[in-house]
Structures are given as C-alpha cells and as structure tokens.
Design a protein. Structure first.
Length: 707
C-alpha cells in the first residue's frame, strides 16, 4: 500500500459526495502536517554537504524518481499501481544521510509520478505529506534506538545496526499504511481495520523486501559506485521477471480481442465491490449487455468486421462509465459492467440509458455504417444477490426479458424470474389451468369505419382463477413466455380461435379473428407449421385469421421475425402490427416485411380529444400506412368524438368500448347475429370536424348502443 492509489488509480482522484466532509477534513489535516514537517526539514539541508556526495547523490535521486514513476507490477496482486521501488532508496537515504534529504527526494519523485500518471493535485499533496510523516516517524524510531544520521554526519551500517533499522522499517510500514487506510476508509465508508488488513500479507512481504534492501544500498554507496551494477542488474531482472509474470496473468484475466477484463477478473472485482459495499451500506450494480443483430453483421460481413465492431463497442462503453467502474467482455457479443458504490439503485437505470444512447450512433468501419442495439439486464447488491454468481444469473434473467419485450433495459425482479418461489407456484397453477381448461378466449368486435360493417374480432385470453377471478393476460403471459408453457398456450389459443371461427363461418358470420402471439412464438421456426396444421384441422380459410405481433417484438430481431412472417404470408394468413407508434419501427422494415395491417396504439387514440399532438400522430400513422398500402385499425375507441375523428382521418377500422367490450364466445356470437352493421346516427361536424359527411355510429336493432 505504497500510496493512496492501491486500486482503481483514476477512481482515487475523486471522493464520493457522501464522504466529502470527513474525507476532506482528514486529507487537509494530514497534508498540512506533512508539508509543515517537510518545510521544516528542508531548512536543514546544506548544499556543501550535498556536493560532497557527488555521483552517489545523483544515483540515489535517479533511482528514487524512476522507482516512483515506474512501479514494479506484481502478478496476482489487487494493487493495480504496483510496488514502488523508490521505498528502498528513500529509506537508504534516511539511514545514511538523515531525514531532510530523504524527504526532499521523495517529494520530488512523488510530484514527478503524479505528473506522469495525471493524478489530482489534492491527491499528490496528500501523498507527499503521507510519505513525509511516515519517514518522519521512522526517523524518530531510529533516533530512539540511538541512530541519527545527517548530511554532515553520514552513517554506515553494520551488524549492530540491524535492530534499529528493523524498528525504523516497521514503524514506517505501520504509519504509512495507517495514513492510507484511514483515507480509504473515509472514501469507501468502511472500517480502518478492514482497509489496513486488506492484502496485508502481500503488503508486509513486499515492504519487507524493499526495506530490507536499503542497508545493502548504503553499503554500495560507502564501498564505491563501481558496485552499483551488482545492485542494478538484480533489480532489472526482478522487473523483467515481474513483467513476464504480469503478462501471463493478464492473458488469463483479460479478453485477447478487446483487452477488457474477462469473467474471471470481473468476478474478483465483484467480490471486492460487494465486500466494500457490505461495510459502507452502499449498492453495487451488475449489468449484462447482449448486442442485438451482431450475429447478422458477423455472418454477412465476416469475422474481421465483427471483431472490429466488438472492439469499438468496448471503447464506446468504457467512455460511458465512471472511473472505478469495470467493463468486461463475457464472450461472444456479451459484455458486463460493474458499477460499485451506488447511493441509489435507481441510478443504475440512468446509466443503462446512457449505455443505450452510446450505441445509437452508427459504427463506421471500412467506409460503411453499422447500426447496432443492445439488451441490458441489471441486478443490484444487496437486493438481488450477495455474490457474483447470483447477481450474474439474475442480470441474465433481466437481460433476456429486456430482449423479449424489446425494452432495451430491464431491472431484475422476482416478477420476471421464472425461478422465484412465487413464480414457480404460478407456473404450477397455470399448468393446471391448461389441463382443466380454465383458460378461455373473449372476443372484442371491430367495425369498418367506412361501411359500418362489423368485420372481425380480436381474441383476448383470460384465466378464470378460483381465487382471483378473471385474470388478464398481462399478469400471466410474461411468466409463460419464460417457461415451456408458451407453446402450449399458443396452440390452445389458436385451436380455440379457429374452432370458434369455423362455427361462425358455418353460421354465415364471415368475420376474421385476430390472435396475438408472443416474441417467442415469432422466433419459433415451428410456429408456421403449427398454424398450418391447426387451420387444416378446423377447415377455416387462412384469410379468416389475422396474427397480431407487437411492434417491439418484431423490431427486437427483424431478421428472425421475417422468416416466420414470410411463412405466414405464404399460408395466406394476414399479419397485423400491434401497438404501432410505441416502438422503433423502421420504414424499411415495414416495407419489406409482409405486414398487412397496423393497429394504432390506444395511448394515442384515447387522448385525441384533449391533445392535438396525439391527434397529429394518429393522422400521420394513418397517412403513412395508406402510403405503404397497409390497413389501419384504431384501438381504445371509447367516445363518439374519437370514432368520428378516426372516420374523418381515413382510418379503416376501430375497436373499443364505444363499440363493445370483449365478450365470451357465446355472448359475442349472439352479438354478431344481432349487430351485422353499424349505421349513421349523427354527423362528424358535431365533433368539431369540418369535412364531407361520413357519420358512422353504433346501433343495434332497436337503435341502442352496445358497450
């Protein structure tokens, strides 16, 4: 623990706001005392004495500065700044020439190293003061043992001096480490004891070796400069050996392609961050990032482009993180980020947004631009786990949920984890519901806004639960998507919808039925075959079925989705893009994919009456769809004004409570038999819209509205 830069060198330049007051008071006090001692001791330096040292002084000065600037990097140590060999030569100066010259050269070396490594001014001042006070304490110990050297009365070393030297070295080691440990404890909000004994064995061993060589340096100085090679050659060999060991260690802890830490090193950093957070009460966030569409680029343009892209992503992510944060490559197109010392776990979501923004700008390689996105999962210590494996597993769960939902980033919670106790219980209940046919379909009608004809229905899944009543799909389908139940549920929904369609068509009710499918269904290569088999089983015209996919699931991986959608189009089944306007659809994708219909999200439709911006968005979507040859269906139509506006805007069809709520199969069958057409009841001018009269109301046989 040579100075305050024992780990994460850049992070040591910044003190956390929560610890600012106590930290700065401590740093200021130590700095003031240290500089007072340094200034006082410099008054005892005499130039004539220094000139008498000649080449020995120059040699020692060079070794102190070089040893401080280029530390010895030890393989396997958590001290990323290495061991400063200047300790050997500064302590030798203390033994041979006394405190003033030792402090002067150590101060010069510390400032030089700070300039080279760009350390903060306050930190440099603290290190100068820390060393001054530590060597001052060692000098007092030597004085107490009867040894006191000065530049005018230089001392040799002999066998009788070993005990005083050992005492002085021990005092230096303890005092120096205490100064640093106290600063780190305030910065990390941990105990001084914990910081002092962190890697104590390594610190004690390395300092013993460095300080133990100091008497040898004194002997070399006294015997003549001709013996210096006997000292420098072994030291150079130690540096070379340490460098080779460090390189081997780096190979085992870093990714060869990007140079980033690998899983092994990330695990070590996570364990250290968790241990530190345990003592300070702070939080640690572990992010997992999986690149979307990377495989497409890699397969199309080759591994060289893919490798270069991974390197660029690594650099861009590194620029987003704070000093002290860790980014690692986990393999393939997956990266991890460790963010320690979080005051508020919600700050992790802000960082996730910055990471997403960092990937928005296209990556330019070989004159081409490549767009890439990512899905991020986040797990927080201590809320989601207390060790690396648990945090990693839960961040992985969150990442795949983010990918499936197309949200970009997702914080872990038990609600999304299929392995949690509560969720496992729900899985068992859901499996039982499938066996007992407690799942049922309700159907919401939709009508053509131009002709007034009821043209179809949307099948909506419900779970009739013994205790919770009628459970909507958003409360159990996310769970099914993470288990093997989704395919079973999809087959159930398709079979029920097609069976009901066959009943309606035999009754002369030529309506189509829209069925929602999940992202997992969309990416299932066997989905089209499953659908074909069901259509043949119930002898329903393929055109009577419409498959609805959400915009987010489609855009999460358009290339995979395209294969399934093309197969559906080949069957003659229509494809509707649900919740349009809420995701990130590309016009190119809309044009290329076999989508026949877009559904305008209810969030825009329901606010048209009060928000002209939403009305403008609805008009724009309708115009865009018309230009691309797509039908438009508006969801969430709950008022007469909304119905009239949509008719004026040129929307093709609408559904919502103004027409009818979702109803069980038997009820909607009766409704369809009674309501075959919706006719005019008022003019659109009543809604404040000036246009040609195309009024369409909703009436039954007796002129009453159904809701």
């Amino acid at each position: 623990m040579g100075d305050m830069s024992s780990s994460h060198d850049e992070a040591r330049n910044v003190a956390p706001p929560s610890a600012a007051h106590a930290f700065w008071v401590y740093v200021g006090l130590v700095t003031a005392l240290g500089f007072a001692l340094l200034t006082w001791q410099l008054t005892f330096l005499h130039m004539p004495d220094l000139r008498m040292m000649g080449g020995a002084l120059i040699m020692l000065a060079v070794m102190v500065v070089v040893g401080e600037i280029w530390p010895l990097m030890i393989s396997g140590s958590a001290d990323v700044t290495g061991v400063t060999t200047s300790t050997t030569f500064t302590f030798a100066l203390l033994l041979h020439t006394g405190l003033p010259l030792a402090l002067a050269l150590q101060a010069i070396a510390t400032v030089a190293a700070a300039l080279v490594h760009r350390r903060a001014v306050w930190r440099t001042g603290f290190n100068v003061a820390q060393f001054s006070l530590s060597y001052g304490a060692a000098d007092l110990a030597l004085l107490a043992c009867g040894r006191h050297a000065t530049t005018s009365h230089m001392l040799d070393v002999s066998g009788h001096d070993m005990l005083p030297i050992a005492v002085g070295a021990l005092v230096y080691f303890i005092v120096n480490n205490l100064f640093v440990s106290a600063a780190l404890s305030l910065r990390n909000r941990s105990s001084v004891r914990r910081e002092f004994f962190m890697e104590f064995g390594f610190q004690a061993l390395s300092n013993s070796a460095l300080l133990g060589m100091s008497p040898i340096v004194v002997v070399v100085i006294e015997r003549g400069l001709a013996l210096i090679p006997l000292l420098l050659f072994p030291l150079a060999a130690v540096y070379a050996t340490a460098a080779m060991a460090r390189d081997r260690d780096r190979e085992s802890t870093h990714d060869a392609l990007t140079g980033l830490p690998n899983r092994k090193l990330l695990m070590e950093h996570t364990e250290n961050a968790v241990a530190q957070a345990t003592g300070s009460g702070s939080h640690v966030a572990l992010f997992l990032l999986d690149l979307d569409r990377f495989k497409e680029i890699n397969d199309t343009l080759g591994h060289r482009v893919g490798d270069e892209l991974l390197q660029l992503v690594g650099r861009r992510l590194t620029a987003v993180l704070r000093p002290g944060d860790v980014i690692a490559r986990m393999g393939g197109d997956e990266f991890a980020m460790l963010v320690p010392d979080l005051e508020d776990p919600r700050a992790a979501l802000d960082l996730a947004e910055r990471v997403k923004l960092a990937l928005v700008e296209p990556f330019r390689m070989d004159g081409m631009s490549h767009e890439i996105e990512g899905s991020i999962g986040i797990a927080i210590y201590p809320a989601h786990g207390s060790d690396f494996e648990t945090l990693h597993q839960r961040a992985d769960v969150a990442m795949y949920v983010a990918k499936e939902r197309g949200t970009g980033a997702q914080m872990y919670s038990t609600d999304i984890d299929r392995h949690s106790t509560v969720r496992l219980g729900m899985v068992a209940e859901l499996r039982s519901a499938l066996e007992n046919r407690d799942l049922e379909l309700h159907y919401q009608p939709k009508a053509d806004l131009r002709t007034g004809d009821v043209v179809g229905v949307e099948a909506l899944l419900r779970w009739r639960h013994d205790e919770r009543g009628l459970v909507p799909p958003d409360e159990f389908l996310p769970l099914a998507e993470q288990t093997g139940l989704m395919r079973v549920i999809t087959k159930f929904v398709l079979d029920e919808a097609l069976r009901q369609l066959s009943v309606w068509w035999r009754l002369g009710l030529k309506v189509h039925c829209a069925v929602n499918v999940s992202a997992r269904d969309l990416y299932d290569r066997g989905f089209a075959d499953l659908l074909k088999s069901s259509i043949e089983q119930y002898d329903v015209p393929p055109r009577a079925l419409m498959i609805e996919v959400t915009e987010s699931s489609l855009m999460a991986d358009p290339s995979r989705a395209a294969s399934t959608l093309l197969s559906l189009a080949g069957l003659g089944v229509g494809v509707s893009l649900d919740d349009f306007g809420t995701g990130y659809s590309s016009l190119v994708h809309l044009k290329r994919l076999p989508v026949s219909e877009v559904k305008i999200d209810r969030s825009f439709v329901m606010r048209m009456d009060v928000n002209e911006d939403d009305a403008a968005i609805v008009r724009s979507i309708i115009d865009l769809a018309a230009a691309l040859g797509l039908r438009t269906v508006a969801e969430g139509v709950e008022t007469r004004d909304a119905w009239d506006r949509l008719a004026v805007y040129g929307c093709d069809a609408a559904q919502g409570w103004y027409l009818a709520k979702a109803m069980p199969a038997d009820v909607v069958t009766t409704w369809l038999q009674d309501i075959r057409h919706v006719g005019p009841t008022s003019r659109p001018e009543a809604a404040g819209i000036v246009t040609q009269p195309t009024p369409l109301g909703i009436v039954g046989k007796a002129g009453s509205r159904f809701a």
